[in-house]
Design a protein around this ligand. Structure first.
Ligand SMILES: [Mg+2]
Length: 179
């Protein structure tokens, strides 16, 4: 169950202090697409200004960025092209393969790579299995696959159990307060 524990939990991607990532030697960032960068199934125009600014800030700090998504390949690739970042799709998370592919595209080692996503059983489990630094974010909205909605029930139970043991990180909404 420890592989389901993220290193950090922020409400939204733009709450993650880029400086904190740089300080621990992160050079590549793997990001989930649906409900992390944009609300479920939305196109790139739905990426918020804060999200775009955060991606730019990470790039300015010298970080490479790659989407790893279980979504359809052509949508994921066009999304990445629009945002000027890399992408890997077609092999489902939590398998390690898509994470390893993303690291090879970015030329980073697991220790130099952060994984950001909204699901414990895909993003966080896969990122931890690949040996990366993992960051959970709160999903954008309630609209999801029926299957994902079922998974959320189990996810909540796991989270509550880990929280009771004091093994789950606190959710932070403002990165700066913890710098
Ligand atoms: Mg997601």
């Amino acid at each position: 169950m420890s592989r389901l524990i993220p290193n950090r939990w922020y409400d939204k991607i733009w709450h993650i202090p880029v400086k904190d990532l740089a300080d621990i030697g992160i050079k590549g960032v793997i990001v989930d697409l649906d409900n992390t960068l944009v609300p479920w199934k939305k196109d790139p125009s739905h990426a918020s200004q804060e999200t775009k600014e955060w991606l730019k800030k990470a790039q300015d700090a010298g970080m490479d960025i790659c989407i790893v998504s279980n979504g359809g390949s052509s949508r994921v690739q066009s999304f990445a092209a629009e945002l000027g970042i890399k992408a890997v799709a077609g092999v489902p998370k939590p398998r390690r393969t898509p994470f390893l592919r993303a690291m090879s595209l970015m030329g980073t080692s697991p220790k130099e790579t952060a994984v950001i996503g909204d699901q414990l059983f895909t993003d966080i489990l896969g990122g931890n299995r690949a040996g990366c630094y993992t960051i959970l974010v709160t999903p954008h909205d309630e609209k999801e696959f029926f299957y994902t909605r079922l998974v959320r029930i189990l996810e909540r139970k796991v989270k509550e159990r880990l929280q009771k043991k004091g093994a789950f990180p606190e959710r932070k909404v403002n990165g700066d307060e913890n710098l």
